[in-house]
Design a protein around this ligand. Structure first.
Ligand code: NAD
Ligand code: IPM
Ligand code: MN
Length: 357
């Protein structure tokens, strides 16, 4: 019997509401598929912890987490009390960097039973992955403010692209595209305006692509790429993007499939030198926190991705089928036009997890 040992880190806001539903579904899957769960809840990595301790996490956070198979993460951020760059650079962005989770894999899929905001689209028409570079690019702390408070104030913030960091995420994206029937990779670029890093990024796509002649490559500037996510979503199979471009694409994509409340993500260290982190794409949603109406499916699907990564493929598939059933037949949370609660959805999915035949 495999033991799946993970830290559960709910964080802030609706992270605290959706995490229990993921744990509920995981428990059910463990029972049905005969593996053992050891979930260790962590109350830090939250803005409440920050207000009490002056930092987001205990100083030995890395030692506390690095032995786990995986991290299951809710969401962090409570901008009313802690500035977002403080809470996020003090937690999630630290995990991604220090555990070298350089791939952020974000599936985008239109499900049956979910009203599509785009006209005339049916399930199957939208089904792609955003592969987001997750440790460098536009997300840096390099730079500063000169002459602050004066008329001459200047702000500089650098972006960083390493060959090592770019090649490895490109290779992951080419491998993923190569494993899919269409063998198609879109490379998000902006080599017209961002005149140093983006032509170089395209060049790395060419260099890695030379190893994958069977994968068709389509380079698109990020501006028209966003338009095509809306107008021609069927063009996309796998999309590889820098950190910021990937961030934007991975909210836009799920919005075209009805709600960002469905969108999961896997922050992967593919070499497994460190634990990978699984979390919804969405944040702490202060505007709906406390009402019990957050859609838990993004969190539950993320938990399923965790099981898949840890070798429990059948349990992943069963959770995904249960999600599909609930989306098709209801109930639905308000973001999908229903009036079910977060817990209603978690229970409905848990009940549908079929046992091993
Ligand atoms: P958000 O994703 O929290 O919310 C955006 C909108 O989507 C809100 O109207 C919210 O109600 C809705 N929404 C989000 N998740 C939902 C769900 N599961 N079900 C139904 N509706 C849902 O983004 P934001 O408002 O820009 O950010 C709020 C806070 O979360 C900020 O502190 C931000 O920095 C943080 N944040 C954290 C993460 C993360 O931890 N990975 C991701 C994004 C934002
Ligand atoms: C995400 C989030 C984070 C990001 C924020 C909260 C720093 O938006 O995971 O998509 O930009 O990566
Ligand atoms: Mn985001």
């Amino acid at each position: 019997t495999q033991v799946v040992r993970f830290a559960s880190i709910p964080g802030d806001g609706i992270g605290r509401e959706v995490m229990p539903e993921a744990l509920r579904v995981l428990e059910r899957a463990a029972g049905a598929f005969d593996f053992e769960l050891q979930a260790e809840p962590m109350e830090w990595a939250s803005c409440d912890y920050y207000l009490a301790h002056g930092q987001m996490m205990p100083s030995d956070w890395k030692a506390q987490l690095e032995g786990f198979d995986a991290l299951l993460f809710g969401a962090v951020g409570w901008p009313a009390t802690v500035p977002d760059h403080v809470s996020l650079w003090g937690s999630l962005l630290k995990f991604r960097r220090e555990f070298d989770q350089y791939v952020n894999l974000r599936p985008v899929r239109l499900f049956e039973g979910v009203p599509c905001p785009l006209a005339n689209r049916k399930p199957g028409d939208i089904d792609y992955f955003v592969v987001r570079e997750n440790t460098e690019g536009e997300y840096t702390n390099l730079g500063g403010v000169m002459y602050p408070g004066t008329e001459r104030e200047i702000v500089i913030q650098e972006s960083v692209y390493s060959r090592h960091g770019t090649d490895r995420v490109m290779r992951y994206a080419f491998e993923l595209a190569n494993s899919r029937p269409r063998r198609h990779l879109t490379v998000a670029t902006k080599s017209n305006g961002i005149a140093i890093s983006m032509p170089w990024w395209d060049g790395r796509a060419d260099a890695i692509g030379a190893e994958y002649p069977q994968v068709a490559v389509d380079k698109q500037h990020i501006d028209i790429l966003t338009a095509r996510f809306v107008l021609q979503p069927g063009r996309f199979d796998v999309v590889v993007a820098s950190n910021l471009f990937g961030d934007i694409l991975s909210d836009l994509g799920p919005a075209t499939t009805g709600t960002i409340g469905l969108a999961p993500s896997a922050n992967l260290n593919p070499e497994r030198r460190f634990p990978s982190l699984f979390e919804p794409v969405h944040g702490s949603a202060p505007d709906i926190y406390g009402k019990g109406i957050a859609n838990p499916i993004a969190m539950i699907w993320s938990a399923a991705l965790m099981l898949d990564f840890l070798g429990q493929r059948a349990a992943h598939d069963a959770i995904l089928r249960a999600i599909e059933d609930v989306l098709r037949a209801g109930p639905h949370t308000p973001d999908l036009g229903g009036n079910a609660s977060t817990a209603d959805i978690g229970r409905a999915i848990a009940e549908r997890i079929a046992s091993v035949p």
